[in-house]
Design a binder for this molecule. Structure first.
Ligand code: NDP
Length: 681
């Protein structure tokens, strides 16, 4: 009988069998947890010293590439994960959410990291704020890896995605992770960690795995560490109040129970396409992962006069869902993760029935499909109806973590908002409406109680990723009862694992720290045009002050004819005289083009392409007779490890451009983004 192993301090630990983990489908034992004691003091120290050091030997860009390599390796071994995950009761579609969803999260963070993070291990969070009259003293912010370890405690429902959604931003930030999956499904996480290990993309010490209890782990955490948690509100409360977490102010991010809603707006009647879309979404969310999703719909809020129609349509839809062994052809919904969970859900249905009546399920006729399933953790979808929510409604408090939802009637949309708020903070609500005015009115009211709001109509439904899908680029988390946490959320999630620090000093000092040119910093000027330098040779602060050019009326006329832009400010003497500038002025885009003409080096060279501008501002007008010159300064270099289509290695260089007039007034300011070749091998 296989004994699962923890992966602690670079060793797979676990010989003696402890708890047997039965299949949720047929009760057969899949694996055992181990009985070996883990040395958590050593695990934490090893994470900080070995993992931290190895991660710091890489930079943001290299770690992003490593995430991609891990994701690609995992993808090649997807079948193994799918086969094992079947024992958790997951259908093929459920595995898609957990396993492919997990890989997708790794890929997303890999590309976000490459796009949005710099080379090196310091994120400059500008803008720089001048703090002195003559720009000798300024302030800005940097974000750096925290230096500690991140402990991630996960729920049982997503053994792969749950681990990867926390690991990906942590790894990208440069922090080692110690992950603790929920015991009942930890055999799938163990396999995923083994595969990540085998991928060769995981630096030593950057990921440790705990099978079983966390023992005295929390006693060894320090101020630089972080804890994240997904699971029940009760456990979150208990762990958050651990004396060491409180005494050392260790950040604790929780995502807990959430009583999510679906609201059918009063403008949608059974004749509308949106009515069917609403029922389909509710049905899908109730049955995906057998309702064991933190985002699953628990409360179905419908106008009073549409209760019967919604129940009828839901019944029709849910009756088509075959429940049973997910490996059997035609089965659409699998089992709950364990018999304990099944008992829990049944007990919660009894609690809900104190204020509601059953309208779908629970009539005793249910029999799961497949052999041996009588020993599995199966339950059919249950829909309850709370006819008089004003007399109390258990659905606002009780989370039956299975395919269970309660229909709640409402009078006005404001009542619907008030009912929603009784969930005391949720991860997500779907509002189905055809009317943008309803959305515009109530979404800001709902937002105060939600981490995410999904607006569904016929147009959006064609491409909607669904009510229940947390997306790596958007924040996943909710206020109040939902834990008050923030997960995913793009680069924002990476920031959980970085320390933000304000830096004050001279511009030259700030440029040295942020590795970005800061205006006012000492410039490096040489006889070589910066466009003549390869990526490796270019230095931050390397700068070129161009020759001058006097702008003439002929420039304006020529540019107007070339571009077709005959705006009165450039061509109508009378109208221009009445304008705020009191005279004709040159096109802003002419100034840009003229500046490029001043600073580019025309010959063939390492600068390969200009792919855009950032932060463009036209500050002062340029009129005929004004004389302009530009200053081009190397601001930022990012090595994404990319090559051009013909195989030539290249990096991104961002240039600061300032254009001044004859009075030394700045007339235009912007960054240009270029690709610059690296030196030939
Ligand atoms: P728990 O809160 O019991 O467990 C969540 C995680 O915490 C598991 O990894 C668990 O490990 C661990 N844990 C429990 N006690 C401790 C402790 N004292 N010290 C350290 N770690 C601990 O939640 P469940 O997974 O059992 O789910 C229970 C309920 O939580 C569900 O019925 C549902 O209501 C809610 N839930 C909410 C989710 C969400 O995302 N919002 C997701 C999943 C569940 P172990 O398994 O070893 O006990």
């Amino acid at each position: 009988m296989s004994v699962l192993k923890s992966f602690i301090a670079g060793q797979w630990v676990g010989e003696k069998a402890a708890k047997a983990l039965p299949s949720a489908v047929n009760g057969e034992i899949v694996a055992h947890t181990h009985d070996d004691t883990l040395d958590f003091k050593n695990a934490v120290e090893y994470g900080r010293k070995v993992g931290g050091k190895n991660l710091m030997a890489m930079d943001f860009q290299e770690r992003a590439l490593a995430l991609k390599a891990m994701a690609m390796y995992l993808q090649e071994h997807k079948k193994e994960l799918y086969a094992l995950s079947m024992h958790t009761g997951s259908s093929k579609a459920d595995n898609g959410i957990d396993i492919d969803g997990g890989f997708g999260t790794l890929f997303s963070y890999a590309s976000m990291g490459r796009r949005e993070l710099p080379s090196g291990n310091v994120v400059h969070e500008g803008p720089v704020t001048p703090l002195g009259k003559n720009n000798h003293f300024a302030g800005t912010h940097i974000l750096v890896p925290r230096g500690g370890v991140a402990v991630h405690i996960d729920a049982y429902n997503f053994p792969v995605w749950g681990m990867l959604e926390k690991f990906a931003p942590t790894f990208l930030a440069g922090m080692p992770s110690i992950v603790k999956p929920a015991t009942s499904t930890c055999y799938v996480t163990e396999l995923a960690v083994r595969l990540m290990q085998e991928s060769g993309a995981l630096p030593e010490g950057s990921l440790q795995l705990i099978i079983g209890s966390t023992g005295d782990l929390f006693d060894h955490l320090e101020e630089q560490d972080v804890v994240t948690f997904t699971g029940s509100a009760a456990t979150a409360r208990k762990l958050k109040n651990h004396p060491n977490i409180i005494n050392r102010s260790i950040p604790f991010n929780a995502e807990a129970d959430s009583l999510n809603s679906a609201i059918l707006a009063p403008d949608v009647t059974p004749e509308h396409e949106e009515f069917d879309i609403f029922v389909k979404e509710v049905g899908r969310e109730m049955t995906a992962k057998a309702g064991q999703k933190c985002t699953a719909i628990r409360r179905i809020l419908v106008p009073k006069d549409r209760v019967e129609a919604v129940c009828e349509k839901l019944k029709e839809r849910l009756s088509k869902v075959t429940v049973g062994d997910p490996s059997v052809e035609g089965v659409r919904m699998g089992a709950l993760a364990s018999i304990d969970q099944l008992e829990d859900v049944k007990a919660n249905i009894q609690e809900l029935l104190k204020t509601s009546e059953l309208v779908i399920g629970g009539d005793g006729s249910f029999k799961p499909t497949g052999e041996g399933t009588e020993k599995g953790a199966f339950i059919e979808p249950h829909v309850l109806l709370c006819r008089n929510p004003e007399n109390g409604c258990g659905a606002h408090d009780i989370e039956a973590f299975g395919p269970v939802a309660t229909v709640i009637p409402y009078d006005t949309v404001e009542d619907a908002v008030a009912l929603c708020a009784q969930g005391r903070g949720s991860l997500v609500t779907t509002l189905t409406t055809r009317d943008p005015a309803i959305a515009g009115r109530i979404v800001p009211l709902l937002a105060a109680f939600h981490g995410r709001l999904h607006l569904l109509n016929a147009e959006a439904s064609k491409e909607s990723t669904g009510h229940g899908s947390p997306l790596p680029m958007l924040k996943h988390g909710g206020p109040g009862r939902a834990g008050g946490g923030e997960e995913l959320g793009g680069i924002r999630a990476v920031h959980h694992y970085l320390q933000r620090t304000a830096i004050q000093g001279s511009p030259t000092m700030l440029a040295a720290v942020t590795r970005e040119y800061v205006r006012g910093a000492d410039l490096i000027e040489t006889d070589v045009h910066p466009f003549r330098r390869h990526f490796e040779d270019l230095q931050i602060n390397e700068s070129l002050l161009t020759h001058r050019r006097t702008v003439t009326e002929a420039d304006i006329v020529n540019f107007g004819c070339l571009s077709g832009d005959h705006f009165y400010m450039h061509f109508d003497e009378i109208a221009a005289r009445d304008s705020q500038f009191g005279k004709r002025i040159a096109h802003g885009y002419f100034v840009l083009s003229a500046a490029a003409g001043l600073f580019v080096y025309p010959g063939e060279g390492p600068v390969l392409a200009n792919y855009g501008l950032d932060t463009l501002r036209f500050i002062e007008p340029v009129a005929p007779g004004d004389t302009i010159r530009a200053r081009l300064t190397c601001k930022r270099k990012i090595d994404q490890g990319r090559t051009s289509p013909d195989g030539h290695p290249q990096g991104v260089v961002v240039w600061d451009v300032q254009v001044h007039n004859q009075n030394d007034e700045m007339v235009a300011s912007y960054d240009i983004l270029t690709l610059v070749a690296k030196k030939p091998e």
